[in-house]
Ligand binder design. Structure first.
Ligand SMILES: Cc1cc2nc3c(=O)[nH]c(=O)nc-3n(C[C@H](O)[C@H](O)[C@H](O)COP(=O)(O)OP(=O)(O)OC[C@H]3O[C@@H](n4cnc5c(N)ncnc54)[C@H](O)[C@@H]3O)c2cc1C
Length: 384
């Protein structure tokens, strides 16, 4: 597909500079950070200095004033460090926890949270999921009780990316116990607030260099000014946030799949069995052809959907389709790539095992495959 359909010369220059940064400053450490279980905080600071954490944000807040394709370029290039962890953590910073601040926040909140997040001086996390409320976001039970001058929050969140080290959380909590999804609100919470307790850093199958936390709120008192957007609109506002999250997640997944496929092609050209490279067996060549086709199709859907977003559309159906397809293709590619490598693929010393473990998350995080199908089916009018 010709990149010029969607990407300008400016995008390509941006791509080149991010690529150089990733190759020079991130990729050499990817393996060591996976083993250590967390990449260092300086990555946020450095990316902030380089302007990569605000590509899509207005210049008045320190952003680059770019279109949504700049975020896609970032997602595609950061994936080249070879670890899904960095892409996920950075995507939370730029495309998940902070967009609601620009969209729903007041000027004071933008100055206090968005500006330092763009600079990489404050690390952000997003608190939606709870032990009792995963796919069913409307059942969130963390309760923010109105008190004089603020709110008292009790409850807990789980699987929070960046949650172990974040400086603030964009939090979804219940503010009315009896109003279902209409009784929820968003808040901006400093993680050093008394009662904000990081209970533990979770041990994951993949994306091991990204920190994922379980968090408790124990009589945590936050001021009136912590309310983000309108009281009672939290569910609607988080559904808006999830669209950007799913689109950037799709781009990360397919960028990972492309890299994995490149590695698989190189390996099958080199590995000789029965006197010829294994890619010269039609059984393998045709599978590689299928995978390349699926990647191309998913990528085209992501680009077209991004273009619609840039035109001011709100393409929920296409975003859900892009998320569903990309996550599935990415895992299929990783699984097949591992298979093409036989026993070597199963060894920790080859990177394909990491792609396989990292890619599995795409079918769960930000809304599972099943929930994507549910959204698509709903937009198709099947339940009307
Ligand atoms: C590494 C990682 C990082 C994450 N980061 C964050 C984060 O930063 N912030 C955050 O808030 N959350 C985060 N999440 C949470 C993630 O979004 C949820 O795990 C996800 O939405 C699914 O929720 P659940 O795990 O509770 O699964 P459940 O909702 O319990 O689902 C279990 C299974 O049942 C299926 N299912 C549920 N309902 C239906 C239905 N109606 N029809 C058919 N099937 C159904 C699901 O598809 C799934 O297969 C993260 C998760 C992981 C693993």
């Amino acid at each position: 597909m010709s990149l010029s359909l969607f990407f300008t010369e400016e995008h390509e220059m941006l791509r080149q500079s991010i690529r150089e940064f990733v190759e020079k400053e991130l990729a050499p450490h990817a393996e060591e950070w996976e083993e250590e279980g967390m990449f260092p905080d300086w990555v946020f600071k450095r990316m902030g200095e380089l302007g990569y954490l605000g590509l899509h944000y207005p210049e008045e807040y320190g952003g680059g004033g770019g279109d949504y394709f700049t975020n896609i370029v970032l997602a595609e290039e950061i994936t080249r460090c070879g670890s899904g962890s960095l892409g996920m953590a950075i995507a939370v910073q730029v495309g998940m926890a902070t967009p609601p601040i620009l969209k729903f926040g007041n000027e004071e909140q933008k100055q206090k949270y968005l500006v330092p997040a763009i600079k990489g001086e404050k690390i952000a996390c997003l608190g939606i999921t709870e032990p009792g409320a995963g796919s069913d976001v409307a059942s969130v039970s963390t309760y923010a009780e109105k008190i004089d001058g603020g709110w008292r929050v009790n409850g807990n969140k789980i699987f929070i990316t960046n949650g172990y080290r974040a400086n603030f959380m964009t939090l979804l909590a219940r503010t009315e116990k009896t109003k279902g999804y209409k009784g929820m609100s968003l808040f901006l919470v400093d993680t050093d607030t008394p009662g904000f307790v990081v209970n533990r850093k979770l041990d994951k199958v993949g994306c091991r260099a990204s920190d994922t936390a379980e968090i408790f709120f124990e009589d945590m008192v936050i001021p009136d000014e912590a309310l983000l957007g309108e009281e009672g609109r939290g569910f609607y506002n988080i559904m808006w946030e999830l669209q950007g999250e799913r689109l950037i997640g799709s781009a990360l997944a397919i960028a990972g799949a492309k890299l994995t496929l490149e590695g698989a092609i190189a390996y099958t050209k080199e590995r000789v069995q029965f006197g010829k490279p294994i890619c010269k067996n039609q059984a393998i060549a045709h599978r590689l052809a299928d995978l390349a086709t699926k990647i191309e199709a998913a990528q085209a859907l992501i680009y077209l959907t991004t273009w619609k977003v840039d035109q001011g559309e709100y393409p929920v159906k296409e975003i859900s389709m892009a998320k569903l397809l990309s996550a599935q293709v990415a895992f299929e590619v990783a699984d097949e790539a591992l298979q093409f490598m036989g026993g070597y693929g199963y060894m920790m010393e080859y990177p394909v095992q990491r792609s396989w473990r990292d890619a599995r998350l795409g079918r769960i995080g930000g809304g599972t495959d099943e929930i994507m199908r549910e959204v698509i089916a709903t937009t198709m009018g099947l339940y009307a």
